[in-house]
Design a protein around this ligand. Structure first.
Ligand SMILES: CC(C)(COP(=O)(O)OP(=O)(O)OC[C@H]1O[C@@H](n2cnc3c(N)ncnc32)[C@H](O)[C@@H]1OP(=O)(O)O)[C@@H](O)C(=O)NCCC(=O)NCCS
Length: 178
């Protein structure tokens, strides 16, 4: 799994050296309540953090299925995670892009800067369309999708998760012409 470099960021696989930071991020309700289904379960310890890291680095890992650490080049701090994953609960091979940051790294443009090359790479590898779903009231995440110029499909019955979600999408052509 290659490393991607942007102006300010190094997108790279997580290692066990990141476990404390991963735990710090995933043991916060203000992060977890946006990236999982209720009941929200906070990460409890470093063993769970290492298992979470291992999960990203094994199995079907490639341009259209990966979770990478967003490392800030100047400081070495891991700001958060950017990912492309298969959507759940379906036989269709749809992919979604996602992101989450430590609260100390919000407001710097890192999620948007990290998502662009990841989506570029997925389309270059042959992906037809990218999806991006979120809780209907997740305005910060909708703002990232809007900055990326993904197309807002509004709040719809979720095709893969329970309830309603806000979805953004882009085909390869729409992404190239955005
Ligand atoms: C969703 C989330 C990743 C958005 O983070 P974010 O920092 O607002 O988004 P970006 O990284 O794209 O940064 C954009 C912000 O940085 C600001 N910024 C500062 N310096 C910047 C720079 N050099 N370049 C670009 N933007 C910059 C922008 O103005 C913008 O701030 P604003 O919203 O106040 O106008 C973050 O809120 C989060 O992790 N939330 C919890 C988890 C979550 O909801 N994940 C998504 C689940 S669907």
């Amino acid at each position: 799994m290659g490393i991607i470099e942007t102006e300010r960021l190094i997108l790279r696989p997580f290692t066990h050296d990141d476990a404390e930071r991963v735990l710090d991020i995933h043991s916060r309700i203000e992060v977890v309540r946006w990236i999982s289904d209720p009941p929200f379960v906070l990460m409890a310890d470093l063993d769970e953090a290492r298992a979470w890291i291992d999960n990203w680095n094994t199995g079907d890992v490639g341009p259209a299925s990966c979770g990478l650490a967003i490392e800030v080049r100047d400081t070495g701090v891991v700001a958060g995670t950017v990912m492309i994953t298969k959507v759940p609960n379906t036989d269709y091979d749809e992919r979604q892009v996602g992101w989450h940051l430590h609260p100390d790294s919000v407001g710097c443009g890192y999620a948007t800067e990290a998502a662009i090359p990841l989506i570029d790479r997925a389309f270059a590898a042959g992906l037809d369309e990218i999806w991006c779903g979120m809780y209907p009231d997740n305005e910060p995440s909708a703002a990232v999708a809007t900055r990326l110029r993904l197309i807002d499909r509004g709040i719809v019955p979720d095709p893969w998760y329970e309830g309603y979600s806000r979805y953004f999408t882009a085909t390869a052509e729409e992404w190239a012409n955005r």
